[in-house]
Design a protein around this ligand. Sequence first.
Ligand SMILES: [Zn+2]
Length: 151
Amino acid sequence: MKRCSVCKTEKELNEFSSDKRVPSGKSHRCKSCMNAYAAEYRKKHREKARQYAKKYREENLEKCYAWRAKYKQRKKDVSAYGNKELTEIVAIEAHWVARNRSKATGVQHHVDHIIPLRGNDVSGFHVWNNLRVITWQENIMKSNNLPEDLR
Ligand SMILES: [Zn+2]
C-alpha cells in the first residue's frame, strides 16, 4: 500500500504509475490524481499556446497574411504539377496495357476516357483518374455517352 500525496488515500501499488525519477520507482500521485493533473497541465498549456499564437498574429498581421498567401500558392502549384505528371505516367501505362492486352487476347483494346472529353451530357478531362483500358467493342457501344453507372 502507498499513500497518495494529493488525495491522501492509501491505495495498492498498481494504482500508482511508474516514475523513474524517484527512488521508489512509483509516482507520489495515484493514477487518478495523475490523470487530473495531466489534464489540468494540458489545458493550461494549450491556453497559453493559444494566447501566444493570438498575440503573435496580432503583432505580425502582415507577415501572417503573406505567409498564408505564399503557402496557398505553393500548395496549388504542387497539386497542379503533380496531377499533370501523374496523368502522363498513367496515360503511358494505359497505352502499354492496351497494347499488351490486345496482343494477348487478339481483341483490340483502347485507352478510354471514362467520362468522354466531348460527351453529350458532361465533358470529362484528360486526367489520370479518367483513364481506363477497354475493348474496341465497348468503346464503340459507349460512343461518347456516359457509362451506364454514371448516368
Ligand atoms: Zn490520489
